[in-house]
Design a protein around this ligand. Structure first.
Ligand code: DLL
Length: 440
């Protein structure tokens, strides 16, 4: 292995190594300010707090937060695009977005200070993984509305590393640049890291001949087995980092080299673990849904945002010296969101497209699979008698139309397969429309 453990620095010891008491005192102060700010500036929160019978002054201890209502993705849809912003647009200098449950995405904003804070948070986990100013960081996330590329870009710049803003796609070119520009750090989804390994193998390039030594992977769930495979095939140390656009993007939590869970940056995001069915807060160490409150953000501070990610938090100190709580790899979701090739997809988005195409019936099934390291999505949809053409040409044109509409809504190619009228299983009760054959 080309890595030396001693190289990892603690980026911000004044916040990453606080005692539990000092952290809780800081969190309470920041939480109080956050609820006051949203109550004063965001009509949605004023109404939601009033409905729940709570006022910002009721927050006298961290436990009091349990009396405040949750924020859910649907609230972002109802307030689309900027309704949840707590800062005036003149102070918002950047916007990003993520998938919504239907055609409209969720929108988030950042003030200048938010952008600086975000870079600092990303710098924390990059530094925890051993990245320094001597590194050359190849970013293979797509630059655009997705938070991945810009988040890692500015975090890496704050560290002083050399950034290669490669963006996504074109695997052969990625490999040429990786090799020629001498990247030491690779940033992408874990599944894309395997795609790169596959392609290098086919091209006859030995990853051991490259200076690459660390991978910062995130944006989708992956297992310890997958980590071992990536580490072995690319000859790197592979680290995990977690985030979601609604909260900031990447930079919510990330692993240090002990790889015993991702340090969650609790001085910015107050975490709770709840029972996803009852909404009750669970005791420390229990498995449940992660709920996060932005306690520093200016542009769109969300209160008790239900991430839908299932995990567990560990409060025992870590050998690396950080006292920040550690979050386990996610163990699923409490909703039906799929992550396919790193893209978040809700079955409801697909359903909406199918409903709009004349001839498609409301009976469909999604089959997610993995060929090699590539995720695939097949949409099987029932069509009515008028559409089940005998003519191949017409059928092909119909399939093309549905595939195009799907691609423009979900941002991903799905293979469409038409099935005969009345051939799909009819569900009794809750329909299970997704078959996920991937073994992560
Ligand atoms: O995926 C932000 C991100 C970009 C994180 C790059 C890390 C690196 P969204 O597109 O809004 O934002 O998707 C957020 O992705 O709720 C999780 O379900 C999943 N997710 C993100 N990181 C991880 C991870 C970005 N390390 C959703 N492990 C989240 C498991 C992850 N799931």
């Amino acid at each position: 292995m080309k890595f030396q453990q001693g190289a990892a620095q603690i980026w911000d010891p004044s916040h990453e190594c606080l005692s539990r008491e000092a952290m809780q005192a800081l969190q309470l102060k920041r939480l109080q300010q956050a609820v006051q700010r949203v109550y004063a500036n965001v009509p949605h929160y004023r109404q939601a707090f009033d409905r729940a019978g709570v006022k910002p002054e009721d927050l006298q201890s961290l436990a009091d937060l349990q009396r405040f209502p949750f924020t859910v993705k649907e609230d972002m849809r109802v307030n689309y695009p900027y309704g949840l912003f707590a800062a005036p647009m003149k102070d918002v200098i950047r916007v990003h977005s993520s998938s919504g449950t239907t055609g409209k995405p969720t929108v988030v904003g950042y003030t200048r200070r938010d952008i600086e804070d975000w870079a600092g948070l990303v710098a924390r986990f990059m530094s925890a993984a051993g990245v320094t100013e001597d590194d050359v960081v190849h970013i293979a996330f797509g630059y655009g509305l997705f938070t991945g590329a810009f988040g890692l870009h500015y975090g890496g710049e704050q560290i002083g590393a050399t950034i290669i803003p490669m963006s996504g796609g074109n695997t052969d070119k990625q490999i040429m640049i990786l090799k020629d520009y001498g990247a030491t750090v690779l940033v992408c989804t874990p599944s894309y890291a395997l795609t790169l390994a596959d392609r290098m193998e086919k091209m006859g390039i030995d990853p051991r001949s490259l200076p690459l030594r660390v991978g910062l992977f995130g944006g989708e769930p992956w297992s310890e087995e997958m980590r071992r495979e990536v580490e072995e095939r690319l000859d790197i140390v592979a680290t995990d980092n977690y985030g979601l656009s609604e909260i900031v993007g990447p930079g919510v939590a990330g692993e240090c080299l002990c790889k015993k869970g991702m340090h969650l940056f609790e001085d910015h995001f107050y975490p709770e673990i709840i029972d996803p069915d009852s909404g009750e807060v669970l005791p420390p160490g229990e498995k449940g849904e992660l709920v996060l409150t932005n306690i520093v953000q200016e542009a769109i501070p969300l209160i008790r945002y239900r991430t839908r990610d299932i995990t567990r938090l560990h409060y025992e100190p870590c050998d690396c010296g950080r006292s920040l709580v550690r979050m386990d790899k996610t163990m699923g979701r409490s909703d039906d969101m799929l992550i396919i090739k790193g893209v978040n997809v809700f079955p409801t988005q697909i359903e909406e497209v199918l409903f709009q195409v004349e001839g498609c019936e409301p009976h469909y099934q999604l089959i997610v699979d993995r060929e090699g390291s590539r995720d695939t999505l097949e949409v099987q949809v029932e069509v009515n008698e008028n559409i089940f053409f005998d003519e191949m040409k017409k059928q092909r044109a119909f399939v093309d139309l549905v595939e195009k509409r799907l691609a423009s809504t979900i941002g991903l190619h799905a293979k469409v397969k038409l099935v005969e009228p009345a051939s799909m299983p009819r569900h009794e009760g809750k329909a299970n429309r997704v078959i996920d054959r991937r073994k992560l």
